[in-house]
Design a protein around this ligand. Structure first.
Ligand code: FAD
Ligand code: FES
Length: 259
């Protein structure tokens, strides 16, 4: 795996996609190494918000040297990022995390690419890299289905909304059931209740699922143990059944983690 680098990225563009959701394009050498499911950590300039904020890679263009991130304002750090304008700079660290394994599905097979809420953005780069048949199942609160047009260029898209305003009323599992969809492998990112439902579904259907645990994080580089989860495999260093989401993940095979 490539070495992590801290560098100054330049903001090429930023726009609001939906209420509280921002779409930012960064110029950075890290674009060359970035894959789907990996993330970068962004440093707020306000030093009272000390730790860098992890944000997933939504799109990476190695040739142009650009990374696209899409994020929701959750607190002081992301609020500060939302005020960045074209030409501004921001310190970033990356590329972090393992990313989604692309070799788990053959070209003649079908994959579910499932995203919920602010777990939707990393599914976009994944949908561009996978070569198999792709059923993209994405869940939103309401009719603000950000990134929908981008997904439609990269696979069959099924939408679920909590308020029923677009697609299936309910969550991504309801959309699968309503459309009687099947797949050979699952890739998913989203809130914990969604990932638990997907883990259960994958076990019942006897298929493999790779889930990204975008848990609360602190250092982001494996030092503080603030992001540990229980696994079936033993950690190489401590010999306990723990994994650090920031360095061993954030993507895990669903049957290997207790969630
Ligand atoms: C691997 C990973 C990928 C992520 N990708 C995205 C993404 O693509 N788009 C997006 O909108 N959000 C994403 N998040 C969540 C995002 O990191 C948090 O919303 C953000 O850190 C909140 O920072 P804040 O200062 O605005 O909020 P505050 O609540 O003020 O943050 C305080 C502290 O808590 C940490 N923190 C708070 N909420 C979270 C959270 N949900 N996850 C991790 N750390 C948190 C912050 O890093 C910070 O150290 C991701 C999280 C992880 C772990
Ligand atoms: S966030 Fe510090 S070890 Fe993972």
């Amino acid at each position: 795996m490539a070495k992590k680098k801290k560098e100054q990225a330049q903001v090429l563009a930023q726009k609001q996609l939906a209420p509280g959701i921002y779409d930012c394009l960064l110029k950075t050498t890290l674009a060359k190494e970035a894959g789907p499911g990996q993330f970068i950590a962004l440093y707020p300039k306000d030093k009272s918000t000390l730790l860098p904020r992890p944000i997933s890679i939504c799109e990476a263009d190695a040739e142009k040297g650009t990374l696209r991130i899409v994020y929701r304002i959750a607190g002081a750090g992301t609020k500060e990022f939302s005020e960045l304008k074209e030409g501004d700079t921001i310190d970033i660290l990356g590329v972090l995390g393992n990313g989604f394994p692309l070799d788990k599905v053959k070209e003649d097979q079908t994959a579910f690419l499932m995203g919920g809420g602010i777990g939707v953005p990393p599914i976009l780069e994944l949908s561009k890299r996978l070569k198999c048949r792709k059923r993209i199942v994405v869940g939103y609160r309401d009719a603000d289905c950000f990134l929908r047009e981008d997904f439609e260029k990269n696979g069959e898209v099924y939408i679920a909304t909590e308020d029923g305003s677009v697609g299936t009323k309910g969550n991504v599992m309801d959309a699968i059931r309503e459309n009687a969809l099947k797949a050979d492998v699952i890739y998913a990112c989203g809130p914990m209740p969604m990932l638990r439902a997907i883990k259960r579904y994958a076990e019942e259907a006897g298929i493999d699922a790779y889930i990204s645990l975008e848990e609360r994080m602190a250092c982001g580089v494996g030092a503080c143990l603030g992001c540990v989860c229980k696994t079936t495999k033993k950690d190489r260093h401590s010999h306990v059944n723990n994994a650090r989401i920031c360095t061993d993940g954030p993507v895990f095979e669903a049957k290997e983690v207790e969630i």
